[in-house]
Design a protein around this ligand. Structure first.
Ligand code: NI
Length: 185
């Protein structure tokens, strides 16, 4: 188990459409190790989500976790550590919502991103079992951000208003008090 190097914007792996994991790969030792590395890397860097391409593995796998009493997200409902494999997203409520997003693969940049408010995700868990979650509000944004990584999409692609891009410092100085809150994955 180890903390892995995170690919930054400009690395072509972030722009590839990740391949699906085959069923027999999901329970393999290699995938188990990959999941452990992703969780450890996410914890080390203080993210609430990480997609496999961000550590250089172009496969359809993401981890998401919002810990209870998170220092960084004290006002957010916790979400248990979840492993999402080969996910399929369906928009349930296309009402638009805006949150400030950041990304471990785009250091020192925040942007205001518009996304649908509620989605349903069909996926396989770490044991290869079929699951479904319906998520809304902040969590829907977090999940969509992570699953975008599996399609080679980054949050900056979805920033409509480029005047709402900010470095971390300027975000704190000028934008943090605005209603939308941040996500990092
Ligand atoms: Ni990200």
């Amino acid at each position: 188990m180890s903390v892995r190097e995170v690919a930054h914007i400009g690395n072509p792996v972030l722009r590839k459409f990740a391949r699906e994991l085959k069923f027999d790969e999901i329970e393999s030792e290699q995938t188990r190790r990959l999941v452990k590395d992703m969780v450890q890397t996410m914890h080390e860097l203080g993210g609430i989500g990480l997609a496999a391409p961000q550590i250089g593995e172009s496969v359809q796998l993401a981890v998401i976790e919002i810990p209870p009493n998170s220092e960084r997200y004290p006002h957010r409902d916790p979400f248990p550590l979840s492993v999402l494999i080969n996910p399929r997203v369906r928009v349930i409520d296309k009402t638009e919502q805006e949150f400030w997003e950041g990304c471990l693969s785009i250091p020192n940049l925040r942007g205001l991103v518009v996304r649908p408010r509620q989605i349903s995700v069909d996926y396989l868990d770490h044991k290869g079992e079929s699951r479904n979650i319906v998520v809304e509000d902040f969590l829907a944004t977090v999940v969509q951000h992570e699953l975008d990584h599996l399609l080679g999409v980054l949050f900056i692609d979805r920033v409509r208003d480029t005047t709402k891009l900010a470095t971390d410092d300027e975000y704190v100085r000028y934008w943090m008090e605005e209603p939308p809150l941040e996500t990092t994955g």
